[in-house]
Design a protein around this ligand. Structure first.
Ligand code: NAD
Ligand code: IPM
Ligand code: MG
Length: 361
């Protein structure tokens, strides 16, 4: 039985890191006889340049009918001044919305061999293993009105933060289900001292938590959470939060690992899942073959686990990443720590060779 994976390299380093992922996908597909067919499409700035639109309808349809989607990154200075409906990032938002990807999982793991790589002291980050469960299709990103209008003779911007009970319930269940498979603790992060959406969020999370007596729930205000992530990151298991808070907290949490180039993500809903590194298109390092592809390769592992139903292929990738890091290899973003600094393509090749060695051995 074959599987279809849509590849959306996008812009900047997106193309460079997805190229490495393709090598791994092709090998694992052959090795396990999964019969993965890949299909590559333009999104973001690349699609704007070619078609004057951030993502074409037929690309969204191709994603909907695929078994999984792997996205690199979108955006870059070339398109920064485009009008809001023609920004590369719109492609990402449309895909998330149209594929119904409300559940964004962002695991943050500090590898023991890399505890010196974080800007925090090793004893602070040692053993950190947390999961950010970010609501991905609601909140400020999508609420209407969302516009710049003229009020009292001056330009005024409006964004709307909006959440329904149904939206909060389903992401809460996703977080509690995830916590059950981990260490059984959910920290729900909100701003309930100020925001109406957060007050509804807290009330709803508390009600759903009663269905999970085996999972511990704590509520935390988002400003305190930003501080606790630096003070005592190993105190967290699952962080459940809304769209914008999750965006910010996950980049902050990335630095516990030493680099944003290490952080993968899975976006899940009722249909096709989408997988992408948490980082962006990194225009400052694009085209130099120095981007760290590990966030993308770890995202491919999540793709095999959650969308392709192939746990063995997922653990092959994750074990290879651990082994390569433990052996002192890393990319330029972690060079202060690494014994051997690899380029993007060398890192892809290294991971592939370790996977093959283990499978042959
Ligand atoms: N999912 C996405 O497609 C996504 C996510 C975030 C930002 N963006 C877009 O990317 C563009 C650049 O945004 P930004 O600079 O704020 O964030 P960014 O994540 O692209 O880069 C931030 C910093 O991290 C570094 N970095 C990022 N990924 C790296 C990797 N794999 N290896 C080594 N270093 C890495 C960059 O060099 C840069 O210094 C913007 O247009 C933004 O909208 C897209
Ligand atoms: C590019 C942008 C729309 C996106 C977001 O804010 O969700 C990115 O920062 C992310 O974290 O995936
Ligand atoms: Mg982000």
């Amino acid at each position: 039985m074959s599987k279809k994976v849509v590849l959306l390299p996008g812009d900047g380093i997106g193309a460079e890191v997805v190229r490495e992922a393709e090598k791994i996908i092709a090998h694992l597909s052959d090795h396990y006889g999964i019969g993965i067919e890949t299909e590559t499409h333009l999104v973001g700035g690349a699609s704007l340049d070619a078609h004057d639109i951030p993502v074409k309808d037929e690309v969204v349809e191709a994603c909907k009918s695929a078994d999984a989607v792997l996205l690199g990154a979108v955006g870059g200075p070339k398109w920064d001044d485009y009008p809001s409906d023609k920004r590369p990032e719109k492609a990402l938002l449309r895909l998330r919305k149209d594929l119904g990807l409300f559940n964004n999982l962002r695991p943050v793991t500090v590898f023991s061999s890399l505890k010196d790589a974080s800007p925090l002291r090793p004893e602070v980050v040692d053993g950190v293993d947390l999961l950010v469960v970010r609501e991905l299709t609601g909140g400020l990103y999508f609420g209407e009105p969302k516009e710049i209008t003229e009020v009292n003779g001056e330009e005024t911007g409006v964004d709307t933060m909006r959440y329904s009970v149904t939206e909060i319930e389903r992401i809460t269940r996703a977080a509690f289900d995830a916590a059950r498979k981990r260490r059984g603790k959910v920290t729900s992060v909100d701003k309930a001292n100020i925001l109406a959406t957060s007050q509804l969020w807290r009330k709803t999370v508390t009600r759903i938590a009663a269905e999970y007596p085996d999972v511990e729930l704590e509520h935390m205000l988002v400003d305190n959470c930003a501080m606790q992530l630096i003070r005592n990151p190993s105190g967290f298991d699952v962080i459940l939060t809304e769209n914008m808070f999750g965006d910010i907290l996950s980049d902050e949490a990335a630095m516990l690992t030493g680099s944003i180039g290490m952080l993968p993500s899975a976006s899940l809903g009722d249909g096709t899942g989408m997988y992408e590194p948490v980082h962006g298109s990194a225009p400052d390092i694009a085209g130099k073959d120095i981007a760290n592809p590990l966030a993308t390769l770890a995202s491919v592992a999540l793709m095999f686990r959650f969308s392709l139903g192939h746990e063995k292929a997922a653990s092959d990738i994750e074990e290879a990443i651990s082994a390569v890091l433990n052996a002192g290899y890393n990319c330029k973003d972690m060079s202060r720590h690494a014994r051997h600094v690899l380029s993007t393509s060398e890192m892809g090749d290294k991971i592939l060779s370790v996977i093959i060695e283990k499978q042959d051995g």
